[in-house]
Design a protein around this ligand. Sequence first.
Ligand code: SAH
Ligand code: SF4
Length: 349
Amino acid sequence: MQEARNTNELTNLKELSRKQLQETLSELGQPAFRVKQIEEWVWEKGATSFDDMTNLPKALRATLAERFTLGGVTEVAKQVSEDGSRKYLLQYADGTTVECVGMPSGNKLAVCVSSQAGCAMGCAFCATGAAGLTRSLTASEIYDQVLHVRDDFDMRVTSVVFMGQGEPFMNYDETLACMRKLNSPDGMGIGARHITVSTCGVIPAIKRFANEPEQFTLAVSLHSANQRTRNMLMPGVKKYSLIHLYEVMGEYVDKTGRRPTYEYALIRGINDTEDELGALCDFCRDNLAHVNIIQLNDVKGSRFQPSSEARAGEFVRRLANVGVDATVRQSRGQDIDAACGQLKQRLAK
Ligand code: SAH
Ligand code: SF4
């Protein structure tokens, strides 16, 4: 008989489909209603141990604990901002770490999650891009980030954005499965419109996303509507041209009737010139679009500088002149390196 069990060798119960969980429980001779009970513990209550599952018979709890883990994350570091945001570095059982951020505002709590550890897209201005891809996360691993933040704040999560590390559309199935769980009344019950996925513009995945029935929100990182500039800033999506992106976003709007957001981080002398502003206006005018002008966050060792606040204001005004709704996004938690990839980068030093 083997004494010590290595929890890494056990199956993570959260990775089972409902059907697999049903089969497991029926093999154990359990009544069907146990599935619902266990799912409630796992996805709604966020139980971290089978012992928490007090409405299950003790023997069943013990059997499950012998065969399964409940995944979960360990908090490696946390920084708390003056504005109340908290940024976490979280670790999975295999040692992989990712970042996520909780941003409270009154009785609302927004959570920003990572969909991958690292990222393969290599955007020139992004701390995550500089480090490359470690691996993609599973749906339950992403979900665990939200549970961790919820429990740390002891507040209901009211919105989730997939704007941490990684390119969600290079991990489409797991990202979508997580979004569905967050939306589901059997999970966190967060309204689909309050779940936003941000992509650097992976066109085949945008096409797929247009066919999903839920009212999820889509954000596209544009950063330049000039092909040459965009190729330089975002080499990972070079093969998806702006013309094609424009077409596909038109189809997305026609199909879904939903308004996409374009993210645009202003970089001094690179994408904040008159030419660039003109190209951005042309890309967005006559289309359903909201533009988020973002102040570039400092990335150590980066050759890029943010533009002035005045320039950001000018972008918003000029977009409004051509009928495009735009806002300057208030960056939260700047004092805690809340920009994507930065906490991990600092701790690695
Ligand atoms: N990979 C996805 C989602 C994660 S990045 C994407 O690129 O859309 C989330 C947002 O942060 C993106 O809009 C990204 O372009 C932006 N971003 C990355 N580095 C940044 C920086 N240094 N300053 C400001 N925004 C940045
Ligand atoms: Fe990846 Fe997004 Fe960073 Fe680009 S901006 S490297 S796609 S995480």
